[in-house]
Design a protein around this ligand. Structure first.
Ligand SMILES: [Zn+2]
Length: 347
């Protein structure tokens, strides 16, 4: 009998322990849930506010809010210098105000004109001397910024390999005078006093040498590039080579230029990836990046070719101190609006 009683007590004890363990596990889960909820709240609260300048509010550009976590885009939170910059980890690069108008991320439109240096024609290269034979170049007047030649060759080589078709590059750099001529011709054609097809002289992306117009040359006949059929391969894949279709169909109210299926702009692979992913126009992207100010919160970008960190540095009065990491590869570009964009390779 005694033995039996003892057995029953042990059973009860075991049952009680099980219940207590169960309760403890439940409490732990509940607490964890609360903490993660709190963390999410904190995250929402500390999310960077879009810093809208006067220029931008005049333009009424509403940048699409970038999600904090997606497959490809995340807030890069490994930033510990909100109060004081860790000087040991960063170098300071001094930039002059005129540098805001230089680099692959310069926004050029009717509000932000291209800052000519006067040496463009000497600086840019004749595309036909550097192009692969998988595509045509209209003639030796097509000048481009050197940085787009290699990615352009790669893109059009791949297009030829996949579709067996050859693009004709019909326009690259344009001078102020040539753009003035094109603008006047368009006004004459439409009878209007403004153009929605040709940018104002000084406001054309073609001044930068980073924009290209495509056409089709087939059996000696010239056709327009409409971006459909075989050509859609380029429109769908151009971001992998650093190009974006600049004037999108649904963004005319922001670009003030109608949809152009043939006009491509080089901004670099990392940025083209994000612009394409969020289906933004370049105006929206430049505005969005201004919310990722150095030392506050940086944008992380996960591309198929590696992770990158991107931040914005507002320009100073005459000069700007741009902090760049000592031990990582980086690029600095002006945005042609009010500051600089730094792109850092993380992996
Ligand atoms: Zn164009």
């Amino acid at each position: 009998m005694k033995k039996k009683r003892r057995k029953i007590r042990y059973g009860r004890l075991a049952f009680c322990i099980l219940v207590l363990v169960g309760l403890a596990v439940l409490i732990c889960f509940a607490a964890k849930g609360c903490i993660s909820l709190l963390r999410n709240d904190e995250k929402t609260d500390t999310k960077p506010k879009s810093q809208t300048s006067d220029e931008y509010s005049q333009q009424d550009i509403q940048a699409e809010r970038i999600p904090v976590e997606t497959e490809y885009c995340f807030d890069y939170e490994d930033i510990t210098f909100t109060e004081e910059i860790d000087a040991a980890a960063y170098d300071c690069v001094l930039k002059n105000n005129e540098d805001i108008g230089k680099g692959n991320l310069i926004l050029v439109n009717n509000d932000y004109q291209f800052a000519f240096t006067g040496t463009e024609e000497a600086d840019y290269l004749q595309l036909n001397l550097h192009s692969d034979d998988t595509y045509y170049v209209k003639d030796n007047t097509v000048l481009v910024n050197e940085i787009l030649i290699e990615p352009l060759n790669e893109m059009l080589d791949d297009f030829y390999a996949v579709k067996g078709r050859q693009i004709n590059v019909i326009s690259g750099y344009r001078s102020f005078e040539y753009q003035m001529q094109l603008y006047a011709e368009d006004l004459e054609l439409t009878g209007l006093d403004y153009s929605t097809l040709v940018a104002l002289p000084g406001s054309s992306e073609h001044h930068t040498g980073l924009a290209l117009d495509f056409g089709i040359l087939n059996n000696g006949e010239y056709y327009s590039y409409d971006g459909i059929g075989d050509e859609s391969w380029i429109n769908e894949n151009c971001h992998n080579y650093g190009f974006i279709l600049r004037y999108l169909e649904n963004k005319e109210d922001l670009t003030h230029i109608q949809y152009e299926s043939w006009h491509f702009r080089y901004i670099g692979e990392v940025h083209a990836f994000i612009v394409n992913y969020y289906n933004m126009c370049f105006e929206e992207y430049i505005n969005m990046l201004r919310a990722y100010e150095f030392g506050k919160r940086h944008l992380g970008i996960r591309t198929p070719n590696g992770d990158y960190e991107v931040y914005y540095v507002p320009s100073g009065v005459e000069q700007t101190e741009v902090f760049v990491p000592k031990n990582r590869e980086y690029e600095i570009s002006g945005n042609n609006v009010d500051g600089f964009i730094v792109t850092v390779a993380l992996s």
